[in-house]
Ligand binder design. Structure first.
Ligand code: NAI
Ligand code: MG
Length: 497
């Protein structure tokens, strides 16, 4: 099937995992799709098929939701003591670390990202989510509330799990996105039906086996791979799902909201972005150049928070743009499993076509590519790191999310102008500021309509830092304490003394 992939796999357990079609996890059992159908999972470095995976659709979602409901109503998960539950969630993190090499290989093969990046970023960040929220399980508190009305009352709040959660995740950080969603939901005592992206289901399915080993009871987490239009849509619309948590395109985010109206389920959304990255003349220019490069080229630009609009103060525009282009040209493209690779392929043929068509639109509208601008090679889904100059605010490449290694650069001259330019987008996920003037950095951070502002850094993540979008970049915040709100309901209890 895929000679190259299997040859480069080091771990015997990964070879075994790829050697037969993978099933879905429902109610503690690994089962085929009710339809018997499978999805081919591709290696984006070669375009060859890695393995087949059960293709869930509405019937499988139905079975999975029923299992999650049963587990929630009768099962042990939210009745377990918070300490026991926390220990199991923590244990999931430990198991991920013990299998970090297997996860890294699977992630690299499936998504295309360099093995070493998966090993130092995706996998440890994912395991850390489980440790962080393992700790939260014992710290989800209500309040006692002083009462001012007539009479004597004792009033307090409880925070209880929302119930059955549908989680729909994308392909850019397959395991990490599963961790962002599962860890807090489990800590809060919820039961879950998780639908991985059709392009990248492998690490989620591998995780499913570890969840069982860690002691997560049957039915508490069900994992149903499938396409968005079938399995995803069925989950979003299901009348017995209490909440849906989604990460993906803004376009599908809208469909999720519509699908949720039937039973008015709760919805949280983490959507697209077109994040500004702003370099002032008083910045440490070398670190700004490297930071601006990393902001767009990390994960091949397939980051919702990618610093895709680079604004540079006029006096240092040429220097910074040339520096970023130089970095771009030095990036070694290749298969993720190859040790010398610094940037892998885009995730799919579809994404290659999408990114290519944006680059063509940029050129057609008069932007100039000082490096890159086209597909790299003729095998796999590689795209050259690209820097556009001579951009105008109304160009497609300046307004729409490209989700590839393509940055647009524009000069600016003063602070008031830059805040308005940066905010001139329907998105509001993240922003970057590079300056040695701390007051200026903080002042601008307050003016930017974005869920995260990085100053003199970019792409810095920690389980403790809330992440999410203003405007059309989403609803709600994941991570930190804030995500606990998304997975709990507040109950007010009022007793007459
Ligand atoms: P997508 O939004 O279609 O896919 C994300 C997830 O949603 C997948 O699991 C998919 O199966 C599911 N999905 C798709 N249609 C659905 C529906 N009707 N109902 C329920 N679930 C559905 O994103 P896609 O097509 O993979 O990528 C297109 C663009 O979306 C990218 O170029 C990028 O701009 C953006 N995107 C943003 C991400 C982010 O992290 N915010 C992640 C992935 C894509
Ligand atoms: Mg789509």
């Amino acid at each position: 099937m895929c000679a190259l992939a299997v040859e480069e796999v080091v771990q015997e357990s990964v070879r075994r995992f790829l050697s037969k079609p993978r099933k879905m996890l429902i109610d503690g059992h690994w089962v085929d799709a009710a339809s018997g159908k499978t999805i081919a999972v591709y290696n984006p470095a070669t375009g060859e098929v890695l393995v087949q995976v059960a293709e869930g659709d509405s019937e499988d979602i139905e079975r999975a939701v029923r299992a999650a409901r049963r587990a929630f109503e009768s099962g042990p998960w939210h009745r377990m003591t918070p300490s026991e539950r926390g220990r199991i969630v923590w244990r999931i993190g430990e198991l991920i670390d013990e299998h970090a090499q297997e996860f890294s290989e699977l992630e690299s093969l499936d998504n295309g990202k360099p093995l070493k990046i998966a090993r130092i970023a995706d996998i440890p960040l994912a395991s850390d989510q489980f440790r962080y929220y393992g700790g939260w399980a014992t710290k989800i508190l209500g309040n006692t509330i002083p009462f001012s009305g007539a009479g004597e009352f004792h009033a307090y709040t409880l925070r209880e799990p929302v119930g059955v959660i549908g989680q729909i995740i994308p392909w850019n950080f397959p395991l990490l996105m599963a961790a962002w969603k599962l860890a807090p939901a489990l800590a809060a005592g919820c039961c879950v039906v998780l639908k991985p992206a059709e392009q990248t289901p492998l690490t989620c399915l591998y995780l499913g086996e570890l969840l069982q080993q860690a002691g997560v009871p049957d039915g508490v987490v069900n994992i149903v791979p499938g396409f968005g239009e079938t399995a995803g849509a069925a989950l979003a619309a299901h009348p017995d799902v209490d909440k849906v948590a989604f990460t993906g395109s803004t376009e599908v985010g809208r469909l999720i909201v519509q699908a949720a109206t039937g039973n008015l389920k709760k919805v949280s959304l983490e959507l697209g972005g077109k994040s500004p990255n702003i370099v002032f003349a008083d910045a440490d220019v070398e670190s700004a150049i490297d930071g601006a490069s990393d902001a767009i080229f990390f994960n091949h630009g397939q980051c919702c928070c990618a610093g895709s609009r680079l604004y540079i103060e006029k006096s240092i525009f040429d220097k910074v743009v040339e520096g970023v282009a130089e970095n771009a040209q030095e990036i070694q493209l290749g298969a993720g499993m190859d040790a010398s690779t610094q940037m892998g392929p885009l995730v799919s043929q579809e994404q290659l076509e999408r990114v290519s068509s944006y680059a063509e639109a940029g050129l057609a509208e008069g932007a100039e590519a000082i490096c890159g601008g086209r597909r790299f090679g003729d095998r796999g889904y590689f795209f050259e790191p690209t820097v556009f100059i001579n951009t105008k605010p109304d160009m497609k490449v300046m307004r729409e999310e490209i989700f590839g290694p393509v940055v647009t650069a524009a000069p600016f001259s003063d602070l008031d102008e830059i805040a308005a330019q940066a905010n001139d987008t329907p998105y509001g996920l993240a922003a970057g500021i590079w300056t040695k003037d701390v007051a200026k950095g903080h002042r601008l951070a307050q003016k930017l309509r974005a869920g995260t502002v990085w100053i003199n850094c970019y792409n810095v993540f920690d389980a403790s830092l809330p992440f999410g979008g203003y405007k059309q970049s989403g609803w709600g915040r994941e991570m930190g304490h804030e995500v606990i709100e998304l997975y709990t309901e507040t109950k007010t209890v009022c007793l007459k003394l």
